[in-house]
Design a protein around this ligand. Structure first.
Ligand SMILES: NC(=O)c1ccc[n+]([C@@H]2O[C@H](COP(=O)([O-])OP(=O)(O)OC[C@H]3O[C@@H](n4cnc5c(N)ncnc54)[C@H](O)[C@@H]3O)[C@@H](O)[C@H]2O)c1
Ligand SMILES: CC(C)CCC[C@@H](C)[C@H]1CC[C@H]2[C@@H]3[C@H](O)C=C4C[C@@H](O)CC[C@]4(C)[C@H]3CC[C@]12C
Length: 369
């Protein structure tokens, strides 16, 4: 990425490129990164949709690999100019063990950093999470805060702990000399709850609503705000951050950015209804229909059942004490840091984001896709 950048074609690597966010990052790079010469898509599970991308003008290389395996990561990183590290084990339901979550999210990130250092890759964008900040274990609200808002970030759950540690590793690596002697430039993007085409939990809620005769029952007060951001805008932010990291290294290096757009501030359930409503579902109740103490009890019961059933089957429902606390604690962001630091503006308006998501739920919600 030198001065002859206009002519130079760049090699990008996207880890986790077949995931919900990763696929959008991959497609966004192909559409919006004119300097792209080769796109490497690294994932534990490669999607069949990658095949159709291989016929385009940019060379797309699919790499089946595991971020916990340092040699596989190093081979994929070698010769790349930019790495967008979005691979991660997203598990707040107790599906994976804390050890596995740590291995993928922390050791995997360490492997990516070391591979950059060893092979001379200078630019690394890491997909972090709002959960690096909160909601914390004390349930303190974070109301429309920004990257500088004081907040007691205390975690116990393996997933936020792993994301916080991985983010720290990435930021700490900023400025390290990579092979060839130039400094590594890193930044971390912190999405709030991502929604959009491919969002499995949204589809799960849709299917649950269909099973319940077109109804969902309010469990969380409408006054609790939960931050949400459209996947296309999160992907665009990654692409832009990756592009600008060289030119604005002094400003962006070692920085964190919340991901934001024009999505409205609403409760988790009311926000979902923006899409599920037009798909024919109704949210019953203007106030929670179940008392909070009962939800707490059911969440605790689910933990017990998960533990008891573990030898027989994996019982991992959406409701547990951690997800209940997430849904029931206000956590929203209001910031323009990404705009100030690298000129980010959302690519998709709220209306576009909403329409695209509704069309996706309608098209795939009832099917097995
Ligand atoms: N979904 C959200 O609301 C959200 C919010 C904030 C941050 N994030 C972060 O965004 C990133 C992507 O999340 P997502 O929602 O797209 O999840 P996802 O599960 O859809 O995608 C993660 C991808 O990483 C891959 N992966 C997992 N373990 C791997 C391994 N050992 N080696 C290689 N690849 C591996 C998976 O196969 C998957 O394709 C994660 O780092 C997550 O922590 C997600
Ligand atoms: C109590 C029930 C009625 C509803 C349960 C909803 C629950 C499954 C939802 C609520 C909030 C969701 C999380 C939130 O949007 C942000 C993230 C950050 C990201 O890094 C990973 C996904 C995650 C944890 C969402 C998972 C689903 C949650 C907990």
């Amino acid at each position: 990425m030198a001065d002859s950048a206009q002519a130079q074609k760049l090699v990008y690597l996207v880890t986790g490129g077949c995931g919900f966010l990763g696929e959008h990052v991959v497609r966004m790079l192909l559409q919006r990164e004119p300097r792209l010469g080769e796109l490497r898509v690294f994932d534990l599970h490669l999607g069949p949709w990658l095949e159709e991308l291989k016929t385009g003008p940019v060379r797309v290389t699919a790499i089946q690999g595991d971020v916990t395996q340092a040699h596989e990561v190093a081979a994929a990183v070698a010769g790349a100019h930019v790495v967008i590290h979005t691979a991660g084990l997203v598990d707040v339901f107790g599906r994976a063990s804390p050890k596995t979550i740590h291995e993928v999210n922390v050791q995997g990130t360490r492997n990516v950093i070391e591979a950059c250092v060893q092979t001379g890759t200078r630019f690394l964008v890491y997909t972090s999470s709002m959960e690096v900040v909160g909601p914390n274990t004390k349930g303190h609200p974070f109301y429309r805060g920004n990257e500088d808002t004081p907040y007691e970030a205390v975690h116990r759950h393996p997933y936020p702990c792993s994301k916080a540690l991985a983010e720290w590793l990435v930021l700490e690596a900023n400025g390290r000399k990579v092979c060839g002697g130039l400094p590594l430039v890193t930044c971390a993007l912190r999405p709030t709850g991502i929604y959009g085409e491919g969002h499995q939990i949204m589809r799960d809620f849709y299917r649950q609503g269909l099973r319940l005769g077109g109804r969902l029952f309010r469990a969380i007060p409408a006054s609790v705000e939960h931050g949400r951001v459209y996947v296309g805008n999160v992907a665009w932010m990654h692409v832009l951050a990756a592009r600008e990291l060289e030119r604005r290294a002094a400003r962006m290096g070692g920085q964190v950015y919340f991901c934001y757009d024009g999505s409205p501030y609403k409760s988790y359930e009311d926000f979902n209804m923006e899409f599920l409503g037009p798909c024919g579902l109704r949210l019953v109740g203007t106030r929670p229909l179940v008392p909070y103490w009962l939800l707490v009890f059911l969440a605790a019961l689910n933990v017990l059942l998960q533990w008891l059933l573990r030898p027989l089957l994996l019982y991992a429902p959406l409701l547990n004490p951690y997800t209940l606390a997430m849904a029931n604690t206000t956590f929203t962001v209001s910031t323009d840091k990404a705009q100030r630091h690298f000129g980010y503006e959302p690519l998709f308006s709220w209306e576009d984001s909403r329409t695209r998501t509704i069309l996706w739920v309608q098209a795939t919600g009832g099917s097995a896709q």
